[in-house]
Design a protein around this ligand. Structure first.
Ligand code: NAD
Length: 319
């Protein structure tokens, strides 16, 4: 099999593919030139992360393509239904990144409660001259322990986040439109500790939580899950966190809610208009932003690479 990993692949995943006899190309081909490259180079499989798209036109232009693999969870950058109709295998690596995304959310909650983002930005610029002023401005932190975390979307990442948050002494509530209850298993020095959680109503999660973290897929028609009506139900000190998909929080209504003091803050890893997010979000003093790095850890990328290799083996075995 000749494979183009157009958004890169972890070294161990690449080695596993090569050990199976595959040739792996990792040069980046521009979106415009991609279909031509796949045809001219007789590529059997295309691997993407979130940057490269595989739309209907590309699938039509590459009739010999056997598979499209997404290193990550969301496959909204692939016309998956159409590809499968055309006999192209489409797979993703859903389980590999959950812990990494959950850890980013924990980091955001700690950073938010202790102004790490703002203080970290101000110290190199003004720390020498105005240390005492910065100390006064940012010395109003809060503990995460004892606070309530409301998780919206209790799938792989939501449940992984619950493990971390429960371990830190937070109270955890969840809302998921297709779940009634779930058991989260914490590992305490290697010993499992099971915690049963029952679903709460969406309204209750919004009303009582100090942090509200979204872990839903991209919604049909790109509709938002949280907008003005939901912000209005939240506590004034609430901080919303989105590491799921751009558009699940209405960005314009988020800025309004922050500017009008309806809620206290937001942490965003994903944006409606990636890779050129709205600058008003990036520059807002009450928003912590990161450039879609939820799954960007060494461990997650290694697991993703190996999960890709397993999928390619499945496809090779079936052929
Ligand atoms: P999952 O499929 O395991 O869980 C999603 C859950 O959301 C499901 O249980 C589903 O029932 C629920 N849900 C869907 N719509 C809902 C709604 N409107 N209200 C309430 N619940 C709803 O998915 P996952 O693996 O946990 O991933 C969650 C999100 O994280 C996806 O959007 C994925 O693309 C994103 N993600 C982001 C990064 C990143 O780098 N930031 C990395 C990996 C995944």
């Amino acid at each position: 099999m000749k494979i183009l990993a157009n958004d890169g692949i972890d070294a161990k995943g690449q080695a596993a593919l090569e050990a199976m006899g595959c040739t792996v190309l990792t040069e980046k081909v521009s979106q415009d030139a991609l279909a031509g490259f796949i045809q001219n180079e007789n590529i059997d499989g295309l691997l993407v992360r979130s940057a490269t798209t595989a739309r209907k036109e590309l699938i039509d232009a590459c009739p010999n393509l056997k598979f499209i693999g997404r290193g990550g969870v969301g496959i909204d950058n692939i016309d998956a239904v159409y590809a499968r109709e055309k006999g192209v295998d489409v797979f993703n690596t859903p389980a590999s990144s959950s812990a990494s995304v959950a850890e980013l959310v924990m980091a955001m909650m700690f950073a938010s409660n202790r102004f790490l983002y703002q203080a970290g930005g101000a110290m190199p610029v003004n720390g020498e001259e105005t240390f005492e002023v910065l100390k006064k401005n940012y010395g109003k932190g809060k503990e995460v322990k004892g606070k309530t975390l409301g998780i919206v979307g209790f799938g792989r990442i939501g449940m992984s986040l619950a493990e971390y948050a429960l371990g830190c002494g937070m109270r955890v509530l969840f809302f998921d439109r297709s779940k009634e209850e779930e058991t989260v298993t914490l590992s305490i020095n290697g010993s499992p500790l099971e915690v049963n959680l029952n679903v709460s109503s969406f309204e209750e999660v919004l009303r009582v939580s100090d942090f509200i973290s979204l872990h839903v897929p991209k919604q049909p028609n790109g509709s938002s899950v949280i907008g003005s009506a939901e912000f209005a139900l939240m506590k004034k000190n609430a901080v919303v966190i989105n590491t799921s998909r751009g558009g699940t929080i209405n960005e314009t209504e988020l800025i309004e809610a922050l500017d009008n003091g309806v809620i206290a803050g937001a942490c965003l890893d994903v944006f409606e208009n990636e890779p050129r997010p709205n600058a008003a979000l990036l520059k807002h003093s009450k928003i912590i932003t990161t450039p879609h790095i939820g799954a960007a850890t060494a461990e997650a990328q290694e697991r993703i690479g190996l999960e890709i290799a397993e999928n390619v083996k499945r496809i090779m075995d079936a052929n």
